[in-house]
Design a protein. Structure first.
Length: 430
């Protein structure tokens, strides 16, 4: 460990730098590097709590292995998340990082290989694969200004500056790391709040744009082309150039809707197979291997309507690349209004089908009315001719009775004509 004055000066310098940093990835990296420098540790890992249930690896640095992942390195961390709770709901106190977070307690371990309190099987496997020897550990929970734990810092292998040998972390190391971790957590919370406010504004703009598209006139193809343009124009989608929208054919439609940009229609079969799988009905982003281009995956945003996957937005992403859960949540929230467009589309289809059914029914009634009407009119004409040829010797009363019958038939015919006109008027209003 450095001298007290040097350590305090370094702590202040790092604290000032943290308060000025605007990039979260760089900020997270500074926290790990700063803690390593203050405690002369060879390695450091930063975890953040995800969905109150897991710890996610955000930064991993090991100097002696020239090993760096996460942060500004661009190297993805493929380590599995650490569950804070077991399958039965009990706290996961066997993992040292989870223990520190759940118990709100710093943990200082002199030699992981001599500890039986915690499960270091993953650490030992890493050591076997890399030839490393993880010995001393210092794990500290990160608490923000509200005293809420947001993650943890884990430092590995304190190095004696004089001998270069691995030693235990001292109480002074613990106090320095705690001080920096506290400053870092506040800076990180502030930066996340700023980003959340900015994302809220961006989200509001995106949703408004999508809602405006949903009420525009024109073809559905044109609408969804605009939807895709809006999605690809979201700031977090920078670097995404290719995408497609695929929607299953609804009742009354002859074929599915397929909109693409630079991908090509050969992906339609892939999209159709995806949408027809019943297990894709949850509102979460999914990653699929792309059958179209090697070294690329599809980031898929399912479009859920009445608990059924009726389509999806497909975006092309580099193979193995994954968005952060914050970005995934933003995308899901931003594209949720697309359901409004689909809802209107289905309503229009149903209304059209209903109108066509009503029109067919009305036409059938009209035909059934026109046939007897024609018959009546013919009989009236025949009767009129017969009346004119009635023998003058017929009694006046017979002529009167015939005239009344003819008048009734004519009125009945007129009533039917009126009914047909009313049906026509009703049909036009519908």
């Amino acid at each position: 460990m450095k001298s007290d004055n040097t350590s305090i000066q370094k702590l202040n310098e790092i604290g000032i730098a943290l308060s000025k940093e605007k990039n979260i990835d760089a900020l997270l990296e500074m926290i790990v590097v700063g803690c390593k420098e203050l405690t002369n540790a060879d390695a450091g890992t930063l975890y953040l709590i995800i969905a109150d249930s897991h710890l996610k690896f955000e930064i991993v640095h090991t100097d002696s292995l020239n090993y760096a992942m996460g942060g500004t390195t661009g190297v993805p961390i493929n380590f599995p998340f650490i569950p804070l709770y077991k399958d039965d709901g009990e706290p996961n106190l066997r993992m040292v990082a989870a223990y520190a977070v759940l118990q709100d307690k710093a943990v200082n371990i002199a030699d992981a290989y001599q500890s039986d309190k915690f499960d270091f099987s993953g650490t030992k496997e890493f050591d076997t694969q890399t030839g490393y020897r993880s010995t001393s550990f210092l794990t500290i929970p990160m608490k923000d200004h509200n005293e809420e734990i947001i993650g943890a810092i884990q430092l590995i292998n304190a190095i004696d500056p004089n001998t270069g040998k691995i030693i235990s972390f001292s109480d002074a190391d613990l106090n320095l790391a705690k001080s920096l971790t506290s400053q870092a957590a506040v800076a990180l919370s502030r930066k996340k709040l700023e980003d959340s406010l900015r994302q809220y504004v961006d989200l509001h703009k995106v949703i408004n744009s999508l809602l405006m598209v949903s009420w525009e006139k024109g073809s559905l193809d044109a609408q969804f082309s605009k939807v895709l343009d809006i999605v690809l124009g979201i700031p977090i989608m920078e670097g995404f150039n290719n995408g497609g929208v695929y929607i299953q054919a609804a009742n009354g439609e002859q074929k599915s809707l397929y909109i693409d940009q630079n991908i090509g229609p050969e992906g339609e079969k892939c999209y159709q197979n995806f949408c027809q799988q019943e297990d894709h009905c949850s509102n979460e982003i999914i990653y699929l291997d792309s059958p179209i281009r090697p070294n690329f995956d599809h980031l898929v945003i399912p479009l859920i309507y009445t608990e059924r996957c009726i389509g999806a937005i497909f975006l092309e992403i580099a193979s193995g690349e994954r968005l952060s859960w914050e970005k995934e949540l933003f995308l899901l929230s931003a594209t949720e209004p697309v359901a409004t467009i689909l809802e209107r589309r289905h309503l229009e289809i149903n209304l059209l089908q209903s109108k066509q059914k009503n029109d067919r029914f009305i036409d059938k009634i009209k035909k059934q009315l026109v046939a007897p009407l024609t018959c009546i009119e013919k009989n009236v004409q025949d009767a009129l001719v017969s009346k004119q040829t009635i023998d003058s010797s017929k009694q006046l009363s017979d002529q009167k009775h015939l005239s009344e019958q003819l008048a009734q038939i004519q009125q009945a015919a007129q009533d039917i004509k009126t009914l047909v006109k009313q049906i026509d008027t009703f049909s036009e209003k519908k």
